[in-house]
Design a protein around this ligand. Structure first.
Ligand code: GLC
Length: 470
């Protein structure tokens, strides 16, 4: 197989057009296309409204599911070929066992929609180079190299269209351990030796064109990753390929080569203060792996997931929460259970999340303190976690985690007149006492929700006026 893959690449080279796209895109002189703030805001509008999405890591790595030669391989599941230093020929045998006959795109999209998610980003190709779509650029793909023989992205696009969910594609543009791309930590199999520019031009660029052309109005997002060995020229060729076909697409900040992209992507963490002035999206696993590992049952609680969503929204970010389906095509039940529970909360409280902006206060976050992210690396997080706040024109949402035992909620510094206050759960009005120092809300003894109860304040100003606390 491996010998076959690389030789056919050379054969293909003669067939593929070699067009410099830069010249095709009007008003685009190298780097990223220029746009006005109004154009940028219009392009980002759906994404800023959405706030909550499903990340799907699915591929051949779900077959070994964390095991190689009957031994568990440490680390995230989708990296098993690299962590296990598995030779290409051996790894490619796993594709013969990849036959997700239980895959049902409608079920996946319904689960996301019912969780309150508005977009999905699926791994069209991860670092192992296996294309989860039909492609002419490499035979290492689900249609040609697996018994499944079909393109699941087609079904997913149709289901997303049906349920009004935006679909985006994760694409590992630089690392490709079976098509001669880069390999973090260095290549471990001589068969991987290959010219990076040839890989970019014969595999990555053509495949990016395919995923930007073969799925109707999708993808709405391209999620690049780990830009090893990327340089401005390689990045430019990929950027131009996408931009020529999808000028309104949203691109994250991981293309490399100095390209900023549209969104910051903190991973397995929630930055203490978010990224003021930048669109950002915190991506996170529900257990400790992106790709399916059969032993990983270290699931986050629904409480943690909902409070993460509140925390991220209160700092102006989006939350991209991951599932890692099995090789049969099923989303693990613990993930489905949590999605359903989050959906119940969003049914009542989603108004405080969708299209919201960051907090009007800030002291509720506490000081930034050192902590460990999902990989055990140092990071800075918010030290206070009693409540969070999101805003909309004329509205302030208080997302209360720790319900006051004295039935009073103090909001120091709010200067804007509160016209009305109510719980989103049941829309019950609350008594408001307002002075120059701030507002005191009278709350019922019992919290409507043990995870996060939301109070909406309708205020006289479009943007809340808040006096800084000494
Ligand atoms: C990291 C991991 C990659 C994963 C991505 C998700 O880059 O290397 O496997 O897909 O994070 O954010």
């Amino acid at each position: 197989m491996q010998k076959y893959i690389l030789t056919s690449l050379l054969a293909l080279s003669a067939m593929l057009p070699n067009v410099n796209l830069a010249a095709e895109a009007p008003g685009h002189q190298g780097g990223e296309a220029t746009e006005s703030k109004a154009q940028h805001d219009a392009r980002m509008a759906w994404w800023r409204e959405a706030k909550f999405g499903l990340f799907i890591h699915w591929g051949v790595y779900s077959v070994p599911a964390g095991y190689y030669h009957d031994k568990p391989v440490p680390g995230i599941g989708e990296w098993i070929m690299n962590k296990g230093k598995i030779p290409m020929a051996e790894y490619q045998q796993f594709a013969k066992e990849f036959n997700p006959v239980k895959f049902n795109a409608d079920d996946w999209v319904k689960a996301a929609k019912d969780a309150g998610m508005k977009y999905i980003v699926i791994t069209s190709k991860h670092h192992d180079g296996f294309a989860m779509f039909e492609t002419k650029a490499s035979p290492w793909n689900i249609v040609q190299a697996s018994p499944y023989g079909k393109d699941p992205l087609k079904d997913l696009a149709a289901a997303c269209r049906k349920y009004g969910i935006k679909l985006g594609f994760y694409y590992s543009q630089a690392q490709d351990w079976n098509n001669g791309g880069a390999a973090s930590g260095g290549k471990w199999d001589p068969a991987q030796q290959h010219d990076m520019d040839d890989y970019i031009d014969k595999v990555a660029v053509p495949q990016v064109k395919e995923i930007c052309s073969n799925y109707g109005e999708f993808p709405a997002v391209i999620w690049w990753d780990t830009p090893h060995d990327m340089n401005p020229a390689r990045a430019q060729r990929l950027y131009d390929a996408v931009h020529a076909l999808r000028p309104n697409i949203i691109l994250n900040n991981r293309l490399g080569g100095g390209f900023k992209g549209d969104t910051e992507t903190p991973e397995q963490k929630i930055p203490a203060k978010g990224f003021p002035g930048r669109d950002w999206e915190s991506c996170m696993t529900m257990n400790d792996t992106w790709g399916f590992k059969r032993d990983d049952q270290h699931w986050k609680s629904t409480e943690t997931i909902i409070r993460n969503l509140c925390d991220i929204a209160s700092k102006g970010g989006n939350y991209l929460l991951n599932v890692g389906p099995t090789s049969e095509g099923l989303i693990p039940q613990p993930s489905l259970d949590r999605l359903a529970e989050v959906g119940q909360w969003m049914q009542i409280n989603g108004e405080a999340i969708y299209g919201s902006s960051a907090t009007a206060f800030g002291d509720e976050l506490g000081a930034a303190v050192k902590a460990k992210d999902g990989y055990g690396h140092d990071t800075m997080v918010s030290s206070a976690n009693d409540w969070r706040c999101t805003t909309k024109p004329g509205k302030i949402y208080l997302l209360i985690f720790k319900w006051p035992t004295n039935g009073k909620f103090e909001l120091a510094g709010l200067q804007s007149k509160v016209n009305q206050a109510y719980l989103l759960a049941g829309r019950k009005d609350l008594k408001v006492d307002q002075t120059d120092a701030g507002v005191t809300l009278s709350l019922p003894a019992e919290a409507p929700d043990k995870i996060a109860s939301v109070v909406c304040l309708e205020i006289a100003d479009s943007v809340a006026k808040v006096a800084k606390q000494p």
